[in-house]
Write a protein of this length. Sequence first.
Lengths: 278, 301
Amino acid sequence: MGSFAAELLKLRKRPATWVMVAVSVVALALFGYVFTYIFVVGAPEDVAPAPEAAEIFREYLLPENFLINVLSNGFVGFGSALALVLGALAIGSEYGWETFRSALIQKPGRTALFTGKLLAVAAVLLVFTLAMLAAGALSSYVVALLEGASASWPPAGEILRAAGAGWLVLATFCSLGILLATLFRGTALAIGLGLVYLLVLENLFLGLAPQNEFVESIGQALPTRNALDLAASFGELPPGFAGPEEAAEPARAALVLGAYLAGFALLSLLLFRRRDLP
Amino acid sequence: MNDTLVVETRKLTKHYGRVPVVEGLDLTVRRGEVYGFLGPNGAGKTTTLRMLLGLIRPTSGSATVMGERPGDPSSLARVGALVESPAFYPYLSGRDNLRVMARYSGVPGSRVEAVLEQVELAERARDRYRKYSLGMKQRLGVAAALLKEPELLILDEPTNGLDPRGMAEMRSLIRRLGTGERTVLLSSHLLSEVEQICDRVGVIRRGRLVAEGTVAELRGGGGLLVRAEPLEQAAAVAARLEEVEGVQVEDGALRITAAPEAAAEINRKLVSAGLRVSELRPSGRTLEEVFLQLTGEGDAE
């Protein structure tokens, strides 16, 4: 409990934490709503989408579809990368500043310290999740006002389920950042390799999946595919995110993400316990 | 001071790959003493302290700290330490850094203000750590080490990088902290520091303990070195003096076995006997001479 309180104080007072939350909120509002809306209503005729396509884009911007829009554009789109960076920073910075040494000398023990850190990061991700959902809801409400459409919101239960799904997506990628930072005992390499994996390798598997059965089978097991499958349980994925015709069952996708989360966290803890502190 | 051991190592060894850093170290620190852990840079002092705190694992051998294995939370609860340079969160204030450390150690938040006062950092406690001078960082490190009111305080080169005034302040702080029942294990390569502060000293060379004892024991027994002329006559006169237990002629000087406090009387009697005395001083070696001999190197400060 003491370690959790200490970690929470550190994360709460760390500017980088709130910069991440702010970036995710602003990026969601801009890329998930503002630019799409401008593209739909204000694009010059020669580049404007066909009326049917414009209608599809417009529907994703309205409150009734805000959950699928936020989950796909926000949580899977760039939230995953930001969560990976947050995880890498939470661990890697401690190696860089050599503060693990100062903390461990105080008494907590390696398991308690690391568990406290994992729980504190999980709590921050909850704030991350709620901020992104609130930003999505607000943005969609503004679009509804501009369009003169009625604000028809998803049921409260669905919003709660989406919060759980969004948190799970962020936590999975955050734990990957934590594992990489523990493995490389630093921030730079962890973030660099993590982003290359996430933005290049996973997307490569997703893009090549339709052309090769073997690649597709691997792609289906990767975190991003399962995150998208989980998002798909809240509605049809927006253009650009579509995967196989039939998405995996949300329960299965959640289980796969949960297994990644638990696996990455456990592996990080074991590494941290076993290795000397430099 | 009593004979209860608060730190004990047996054949403690640490290798990094094939490189031995600490080799079969047997170290004992008794309750209530200020123990100086002396050695040149790279001798293995910090590695030893890191093993005692459970930060790194020994390759072989064993150690107990406060009767427990190193790094055990029940032993760490009674140990405060500053190892290598102080390391804190640069974006937090000095006070918030200590609040974080207090939460880790499970001590009440009120201890934070107490230790800030103790190291005279209360006035700058709101400043961010990254703005602190090296001396302030060192003092914050000591403050963190004191949070738990430790029975054993481990300080690794606490005056490193400090200016002369900062060093004097830190020495004075360590002396204050070492009073009473508290044990201090002080690692240093600064001989004057160890000589001024420590009750007992262990000298480490290339990972091995090469000497252990009080500063006086390491410097050798009492006695006087006398240069007087004519030398043979001086030796004969000195041998007859009641204050003198023995006389040896060595390298053109007399090495006299006698109590140091008898020096003035011996000098007076030699001069009265018509001898020309040009030098008279305690004949024990300086700690620096002992250190250089034990470590076999000229790289000590």
